[in-house]
Ligand binder design. Structure first.
Ligand code: SAH
Length: 251
């Protein structure tokens, strides 16, 4: 996969993407990262990428011109057309399902806004506009890094273990089950017995219930869309009726 980013601070991408799992995945050739400075596509002495908004108002906007030239130029450098993603609080909220869809693309091009945002006409270049959530950042770079991280870890082999990304939170519409590692008892808090039993079927049952409990407690909104059996729906209904008691044993 080729991941590209256009930004006025292109130097911020490399340090994060070089570290730990993202760095290992890149060295293993699972993806390539190219970050471009938007100012390369300006033509004035000051390399201007912003201007005041028509109609007045606070702050500056990114001009459409350099963004069009940058996206067109970068796009033409490879045969495969990139899937172009812009970032804005006005976009569709990024989630695991979007990450899974983006992970199937061969080439992603992220266009990062700054200042008060962009000339509206720039968004016509976007195949998709994504928001991280209902808050305002100073720029799209963190959003691009978040999306890149979530997407790269879905590339087969990126996590080392092929199955790691499979039973995680959101992969089946539920939150992940509670997990524990050594020691078996920590400060008077024992690990649930079943996890030490070696009975794999019992462990699987416990994990599914833990997932259902945690989702019912923290994200009941996810349950409507989740793929549950009749028995599981009844289990969840009982949990929700009991109210207070809903929750994983780790709080
Ligand atoms: N004035 C705009 C916010 C501009 S913030 C508004 O009120 O909607 C500047 C840039 O930061 C945006 O162009 C976008 O690229 C990025 N950004 C800010 N908040 C974001 C969010 N929640 N999700 C994704 N990108 C965001």
């Amino acid at each position: 996969m080729l991941i590209e980013a256009i930004s006025v601070i292109p130097e911020v991408f490399q340090p994060y993407m070089d570290a730990s799992i993202m760095g290992r995945a890149r060295k293993a050739g699972l993806y390539e990262l190219r970050a471009y400075d938007l100012r390369e596509w300006t033509h004035d002495r000051h390399r201007t990428v912003d201007d005041a908004p028509f109609g007045g108002g606070q702050g500056m906007l990114m001009k459409a011109g350099p963004i069009y030239e940058a996206v067109e130029d970068v796009s033409s450098r490879e045969e495969t057309k990139p899937y172009v993603v812009f970032f804005s609080p006005c976009g569709r909220t990024f989630d695991q399902r979007v990450a899974q869809r983006l992970a199937t693309k061969e080439r992603l091009l992220f266009v990062c806004g700054r200042y008060e945002g962009m000339d509206e006409r720039a968004y016509r270049l976007a195949d998709e506009v994504l928001s991280l959530g209902d808050y305002v950042l100073t720029g799209g770079e963190l959003a691009a890094l978040v999306v890149a991280d979530a997407v790269v870890r879905l590339i087969p082999g990126a996590l080392g273990d092929e199955n790691s990304a499979q039973d995680e939170s959101f992969s089946d519409g539920l939150l992940e089950y509670a997990q524990y590692t050594r020691p078996a008892t920590f400060r008077d808090m024992p690990v649930p017995d079943v996890l030490l039993s070696g009975d794999h079927a019992a462990v699987d049952r416990w994990r599914r219930e833990s997932s259902l409990e945690r989702t019912a407690r923290w994200r009941p909104d996810l349950l409507e869309q989740a793929d549950l059996s009749e028995g599981e729906r009844a289990f969840v209904r009982r949990l929700l009726e009991d109210g207070q008691d809903v929750g994983g044993s780790d709080g």
